[in-house]
Design a binder for this molecule. Sequence first.
Ligand code: SAM
Length: 216
Amino acid sequence: MNENKQQNSPTRCGSSVVTCCNALTLYAGIGGNRALWPDNINVTAVEIETEIARAYKDRFPNDTIVVGDAHEYLLEMYDKFDFIWSSPPCPTHGQYRYNVGVRAKGYKALYPDMRLYEEIIFLQYHCQGKYVVENTISYYKPLVKPQKVARHYLWANFDIPDIKLPAAGIRSKNKISEWEEELGISLRDYKIPNKRQVLRNCVDSRLGSHVIAQAL
Ligand SMILES: C[S@@+](CC[C@H](N)C(=O)[O-])C[C@H]1O[C@@H](n2cnc3c(N)ncnc32)[C@H](O)[C@@H]1O
C-alpha cells in the first residue's frame, strides 16, 4: 500500500471538540460522502483505483490518501480512528442490477459480496470509535438490521435521523457534463474509463454531512 502521509496518533472526539478527530473514509471514490465534512478533521481515504485516488487527492489535498484495498486496511487500522465511514461496492446488493440487470436484461446472476457484512459485524464487535457502513437498499432482506436514511441503508453505532434529499437522477441524467455540473467537479484530466459511473457512485455530500454531524 502506498501511504503519502504519516498517520496522526489517534485521539477521541468529545461532543464539543472536533479539532482532534481522525476520520477514515473507505472505498473513497472521489469523495462524495466526505465533501462537506468539517475542515478541522484529519481525514484518511482509501481507494483502490489510482486515477480515482488522484482525483480525490486533487479535490482534498490535505487528506491522507492510501491507494490500496479498503477491506484489508480496515482490518489492520480500525483502531487508529475516531470515526470510520465505509462504502463497500453495492452492485451485487442493489435493486437496480437485480431488477433491471438480471431479471429484465439477462445479466449474469452474482453472489452478493459478503465483504459488506464482514465489515458490519467486524465493526460492531471491535470498533471503539464511531462507525457507519453505507450501502444501497438491497433487493433482499438485510442480514443485519440497518437504519434507512434517504435512499441508503446505514449500519452505525449511533442514531441517524432520516433526511429528505432530492432524487439522484440515475435515469434522468445521462451526460458526464450534467453529473459534473451537479457535483461541481471535472474529471477531464483523469484517465478514468467509466467517468459516468464514478460520478454516479458519489454519495450525496449532504448525507455525508448529516451523518458525521450525528457522530461527533
Ligand atoms: C460507491 S464508490 C464510493 C463512493 C464514495 N464513498 C463517495 O461517496 O463518493 C466505491 C469506490 O470503491 C472503490 N473500490 C472498490 N473496491 C475497492 C477496494 N477493495 N478497496 C478500495 N476501494 C475500492 C471503487 O473504485 C469506487 O471508487
